[in-house]
Each structure stands twice: as C-alpha cells, then as structure tokens.
Design a protein around this ligand. Structure first.
Ligand code: SF4
Length: 478
C-alpha cells in the first residue's frame, strides 16, 4: 500500500528500508578513488539530506563538497575541492531514497487495474515519478507535480522527460487521465519547453476516443513545440481479460481510482481493443503526419507502436523511418531494431558459424510470424537450428500478445512437451530490473529447472549466437 514518506510528504510506494545505499562503484570514478564501497550509505551532501540519486549528482558537482557516508555505523566525512563535472560513478540500490511517487490519476485503461493478483509486487505500483522519467524513460502525466517539483526540474535541469499526453483537448485528457488537473497539458509542456527541458510524448490510442480527429488535434497542437519536443509515439491501448471483466462491471479497482474525482465522469470512456481495419486507418492517418514532419522537421517524428503494423499484417517500417529509434526503450520500432541488428550480425559472421547448434526462441504470438521468417534466414546462413514458439498469454489473456508480458507459468506450460533441443531464449523485457523475476514472481532459474533446459534472456541475435557458440560442444545436432 502506498505510504507517506517522511522525506517528501507525498504519496509514495516502495520506500527503501535503508535509503542512500551504494550498490556499485564504477572503476576509474571519483567514488572509487575516495574508497567509497558498495554497502556504504550516503547520508548527505554539504550537510543536507538527499532525496534521490539526481539530487546527489546535482549537489556533488559544487566546487566544495562535503559528503557524509555511513559505513557499518561509522561516519566517514569526505571534504573535497572539485573542479566540477566530476564522474562520481556511484549507483544506488534505489535511485529514489524517498520511494516511488504514486499517481493521482484514474486512467480508464490503466494496465495496473487489469492485472490479476499474485504478480510481482512492483507491478502494482502506480508510479508517476518524474525522476524515473528522466532516469529510465518511464512515462509520466505531470499531474502530481507541485510548484516545488517544477522549480527543482527547472533548477536541476532534469531532462529529458517522457510525457503521457494521450490528447491535447483539455476535456478529453481529463477523461482519459481521470484527473481534473490533466486539462492543462499544453501549459505544462510549454513550461518544460521554456525551461529548456527535452521531452518525448506518447499517445495511448483508444479506438473511437482519441484517434481520428482528436489524434489530428493532438498532433497539430504538439507540432507547435520547437526542438525541445524530441518525438511523439502512438501506441494502441492494451486490454487484458481481467481488464475486460472489470470494465464490463464498470469497476475501477485501484485505491486511487476508487476515488470519484470531481469533474471526471468515470464511465465516459469505453475502452476496447483495435480491430485490424481500425489499426490500418490509424497507420494511414499517421503517414500523412509523418510526411509532414519529415518535410518540416527532417524526420518521421511521429512513430506508431509495432502492434499497429503487426496486427494489420503490414511490414514494420524500415530503419530510416525510425531515425535513430528515439523511443525503442518503450518498444517503438523494436521489431525493426531487432531485424536490423540481426542483419548486422549476419554481415559480420562467417557462413555456417553456428552449425550444430539448436535452441528455441520463445516470444509473444503477435511477433511470432515475423520472428519465424527472420529465423529461417538466420538458420540458413549460420547453420543453426533455431525454432520459434509463439507463447499464448493464458495468464493475462491471449489478447495480450506481446513478448514482454509473458509469465513463467505460460513458458513452463507451453514448452514442457517440446523436445529439449538446446536452450530457450526469451526477451530480457520479461524480467523486472528491480526484482529479477517474471510477471508471476517466478525466476528464470525456476522456469529452467521445470523445463530441464537452460533459459537465457537475450535482446539481440548477436547475444544468442555468442551463447550458442559457448555451448556448441555439448549441443551437436545429429
Ligand atoms: S492511473 Fe494512469 S497514470 Fe496512474 S498508473 Fe494507471 S495508467 Fe498510469
């Protein structure tokens, strides 16, 4: 349950029990030179307590820095004169010492309200924390920022930010975010722009709600921002079987969303999934904007989530279309990114280099046909024997068909009877950075023990190939 932090007096969750604990120190860094070690606890800089790693980075760049560190109960003080721009090289166990800020919204499509019990704890955290937006690219709505937060963003130049816009029409955004404060998004983005903060925007598209004329309006409004606006992405709304059931009962289950916020009608938005013909219309509409942006800004700028292309059977766009893949961390263009990386590997590799190796690529059902086609080419060139298994998502509902949301239970159930021909490769996106577990709180090692095969997370075919080469002596295929 969210708790109130003693440091920030805000709704937060996952407050670390020992805030400020050092997880790692980079070689060649100032911290290593000083002898700061993993397990030490940074208490404060220049006499002030710290709320997060960003504050540490900011405060520890002054010309005179006094750092207090707790090492197993002894306080060490480092009193330094610096030149500025120091590489401190400190990674903290939890980057936010006062916990993760929780959202104040009630989005009708909130995925957290669509997941069953028994999944990993961190999945139930309704985070809307601008610090994670800068550090990890999490999307935030900006609705829970206080004036103090804004001033901190401006003063410490916390950039870039990733903003869930959904719609620029104030009334529609209020309904989509479920918060009366959501209507001033253009003012909020304007404030980021004036402060010199870079930002990426995202529209979670709901069929018949914020696509069509509303998508045109949002793109028209967003196009008024200058070079601080770095990219816009449009992704289709996700709806799990649990979400459908809850919606059919008109129930909003999270504590935040049980609140009836004044000025918001919680039944105003009906969420459903895209049909292929609707997805095709979104692509056609987006292409008009992409052409305009290429002309005005020099690149595609408005990118659609891969699901739009995959569900219509259209080819995902070429790498040039994505112009450096600005939102690949959010999965935008990840299919083309993967295919491009595979081609790069094949250009470097000798023909037949993986002869005698075998394995299974386990992925979501949506991308499985594309993956199977790619593996035909990969096997033909390298001599490997990799097969692709599209894993149905029985845990959340088969309509959730992306690779990153597969559970350990589904992997075990659906790969159990497959002949054990080498390791199973899965995307690293299935595994939480924070807990190292899959959605249902199982570990990769457990899945491997149940399958009697190695299970290896990999993101690129270069990594798959390196792993197979290490195993090759024991994986000869008859
Ligand atoms: S209610 Fe909205 S902002 Fe809050 S966690 Fe859910 S989707 Fe995110």
């Amino acid at each position: 349950m969210p708790v109130v932090s003693s440091l920030s007096h805000r709704r937060v969750d996952l407050v670390p029990s020992v805030p400020g604990t050092v997880l790692a120190v980079s070689p060649g860094s100032l911290a290593m030179e000083l002898g700061i070690e993993p397990g030490d606890r940074v208490l404060g800089v220049n006499g002030k307590p710290l709320v997060d790693a960003l504050e540490f980075q900011f405060q520890a760049q002054s010309e005179r820095v006094v750092i207090d560190v707790d090492r197993e109960g002894s306080i060490l003080r480092y009193d330094l004169e610096l030149e500025g721009d120091e590489f401190w090289g400190v990674t903290f166990e939890d980057p936010t010492f006062d916990g993760v800020r929780v959202c104040e919204n009630a989005c009708p499509f909130c995925f957290i309200k669509q997941i069953p019990k028994g999944m990993r704890r961190s999945l139930y955290v309704m985070d809307d924390d601008f610090r994670y937006s800068m550090l990890y690219g999490s999307f935030v709505t900006l609705t829970n920022l206080s004036e103090e937060d804004w001033q901190r963003i401006e003063e410490q130049h916390i950039s870039p930010m990733h903003v869930s816009v959904h719609a620029t029409n104030p009334g529609l955004r209020v309904e989509l975010v479920g918060n009366p404060k959501a209507g001033k998004i253009m003012d909020d983005l304007g404030r980021l722009e004036r402060a010199g903060i870079d930002f990426h925007c995202q529209l979670v598209l709901v069929p018949g709600v914020n696509d069509g004329a509303e998508m045109d309006r949002s793109l028209r409004d967003l196009s008024t921002f200058g070079e601080r606006l770095k990219s816009i992405a449009g992704v289709p709304v996700g709806l799990s079987k649990h979400g459908q059931e809850r919606q059919s009962k008109q129930v909003r289950l999270s504590r935040t969303c049980m609140r009836r916020l004044p000025g918001v009608n919680p039944e105003a938005i009906r969420v459903r999934r895209y049909e292929p013909d609707e997805a095709a219309r979104v692509i056609d509409q987006a292409e008009v904007w992409q052409e305009r942006f290429r002309h005005e800004r020099g690149d595609t700028f408005y990118h659609l989530g891969d699901e739009f292309y995959l569900m219509t059977g259209r080819e995902v766009p070429d790498a040039d279309h994505y112009a450096g893949f600005p939102q690949v961390e959010d999965g935008i263009g990840i299919t083309r990114f993967f295919l491009e990386e595979m081609e790069q590997y094949l250009r470097r590799a000798r023909p037949g280099v993986l002869r005698g190796t075998a394995g299974t690529i386990a992925c979501g059902t949506l991308v499985a046909p594309t993956m199977a086609k790619a593996m035909e080419r990969f096997n033909a060139y390298t001599g490997s024997h990799l097969t692709v298994r599209g894993i149905g998502n029985n845990y959340l509902g088969t309509e959730i068909n992306v690779s990153g949301l597969l559970s350990g239970a589904d992997l075990i159930e659906q790969l159990r009877d497959e002949p054990a021909d080498g390791p199973v490769f899965v995307t690293r996106k299935m595994i939480s950075d924070r807990t190292g577990t899959l959605l249902d709180d199982t570990r990769i090692e457990y899945v491997a023990s149940q399958l009697g095969r190695a299970v290896h997370p990999a993101e690129k075919m270069g990594e798959v190939a390196a792993y197979l080469r290490r195993l090759r002596p024991v994986l000869q295929v008859a």
